[in-house]
Design a protein around this ligand. Structure first.
Ligand SMILES: Cc1cc2nc3c(=O)[nH]c(=O)nc-3n(C[C@H](O)[C@H](O)[C@H](O)COP(=O)(O)O)c2cc1C
Length: 426
């Protein structure tokens, strides 16, 4: 989707308001739009007051897990005995998710301002912004924005650094990201200790997603009560959320809606529905790591943390992948498994072996060599891959497989029984 894009009447554009507006990415342009006023105010405030306000707003992490942001900040030691750090997770490698890169491309100062406010709230003097290696343009925009804002002296004693990743999905996992910043291999760490106790360089650390932090200046500006009021269904899900919609819709792209917005309306109204002559078959609502919804579940799903869980999936990072009735679900699930097998850090046996064998078995089924027992074997593997590893990459590979077999079993059986033409999987 190109920018500037006229927002749909049913969108609530807060974070994406300036997408496409080149002037807003300059320091002067951002200040003209009221930028950095909230940071100046926050730097005069007691950190605890900022944390209380974010807690009251109901803001939850937009990186995938949906953990309450103010609560996370409150875990940092109150008494400062060691240096504190803030890490910004700008790795965004989850298939189907493409919103953080747009925040960085178009409103870099919203992220910088939110990060500096968060740093003050958790008493961190250093912020690392960990940017995915492939993000060439967002990197350049962020570099320029950081240089301009630093020269203007808006960050006070807080030092912000950009750190470029090397293109590994696993480095988006918070503890792998910290290892990567330290110059180590990006392997996730066993928790506890949690980052607030021992994070980057062994020091108390908070890590937040780009979209989470970009919302913070707005919360301070308009008030926690206002933000909390942005909620169409569950009071536990507040604010707006950017949904990256891709796949079989007529108008894919990023859409910003209030929490609780119906998924059906997002797909049929905002995104223009399926291609002509096609009908909806399935949808992955929260990036590739979450269970697949069938058509009925998709069409009755409300887009907030509780609404998506109610349908058996998760809101995750808000990457909505849409499949129409022309889709070969077995093939799509194999492609996802292949991604996880490629990206596994290989530290845990269940993940290293599980993702590889899942891929192999799916390839076998697709190539016409599958056996009836393969479906049970896949489910058995998935069970051994879930809840048993240091991080949830393994679980993420298992989720689409289990939900796929449950909801589209006939497609698997057709391959095994030779009722479907084998496909090339190389
Ligand atoms: C394999 C894996 C990859 C992840 N990738 C990302 C990512 O690219 N960006 C992100 O913000 N969170 C990612 N996460 C979630 C982070 O570990 C963490 O929960 C998040 O950065 C916390 O920020 P939030 O509370 O603001 O959501 C990933 C988690 C896992 C297990």
């Amino acid at each position: 989707m190109g920018y500037p894009r006229k927002p749909h009447a049913r969108e609530t554009v807060l974070l994406s308001k300036h997408f496409g507006d080149a002037d807003a990415r300059t320091y002067k342009g951002w200040v003209k739009r009221g930028g950095y006023e909230m940071l100046a105010q926050a730097l005069t405030m007691e950190p605890a007051r900022i944390i209380d306000s974010v807690k009251e707003s109901g803001l939850r992490g937009r990186g995938g897990a949906g953990f309450p942001t103010g609560l996370k900040w409150s875990f940092m030691p109150k008494e400062k005995k060691k240096p504190h750090y803030l890490c910004v997770n700008a790795d965004e490698s989850e298939p189907g998710t493409f919103k953080d890169r747009e925040i960085m491309r178009w409103t870099p100062h919203a992220l910088l301002e939110g990060a500096a406010i968060a740093a003050h709230a958790i008493q961190a003097e250093v912020v690392y912004i960990y940017i995915r290696g492939e993000f060439t343009e967002p990197w350049a925009v962020m570099e320029k924005a950081l240089a301009e804002a630093t020269a203007a002296g808006v960050f006070g004693a807080i030092k912000l650094h950009l750190h470029r990743g090397a293109g590994a999905y696993i480095c988006g996992e918070e503890t792998a990201l910290m290892n990567s910043i330290e110059g180590k291999r990006g392997n996730p760490r066993i928790k506890p200790p949690f980052p607030a106790a021992a994070g980057v360089f062994g020091m108390p650390t908070t890590i937040n997603n780009v979209e989470t932090l970009a919302a913070v200046p707005l919360i301070l500006k308009k008030g926690a009560a206002w933000y909390k009021g942005l909620s169409l269904a569950s009071p536990k899900s507040t604010g707006t959320k950017l949904f990256s919609v891709c796949g079989h819709v007529q108008n894919p792209g990023n859409y910003e809606v209030t929490m609780g917005f119906p998924l059906k309306d997002l797909l049929y109204d905002l995104c223009g529905g399926m291609p002509p002559g096609r009908t909806l078959k399935a949808c992955i609502p929260g990036g590739s790591s979450v269970p697949i919804l069938n058509r009925e579940e998709t069409e009755s799903c409300l887009l907030d943390y509780e609404g998506v869980v109610e349908k058996g999936s998760m809101l995750g990072s808000g990457g909505v992948i849409v499949f129409d009735d022309s889709t070969d679900m077995v093939y799509q699930i194999m492609r996802l498994a292949r991604f996880y097998a490629h990206e596994s850090c290989a530290q845990c046996t269940q993940c290293r072996e599980g993702t590889a064998w899942t891929t192999k078995i799916l390839e076998r089924i697709l190539s016409g060599q599958g056996k009836t027992a393969d479906l049970d074997l896949l489910l058995d593997l998935a069970e051994n891959m879930t809840g048993k590893t240091i991080c949830v990459l393994s679980d993420s590979c298992a989720a689409p497989v289990v939900s796929g077999i449950k909801k589209f079993k006939k497609e698997f059986e057709d391959y095994v029984a030779g009722r479907r033409k084998p496909v090339m999987v190389a």
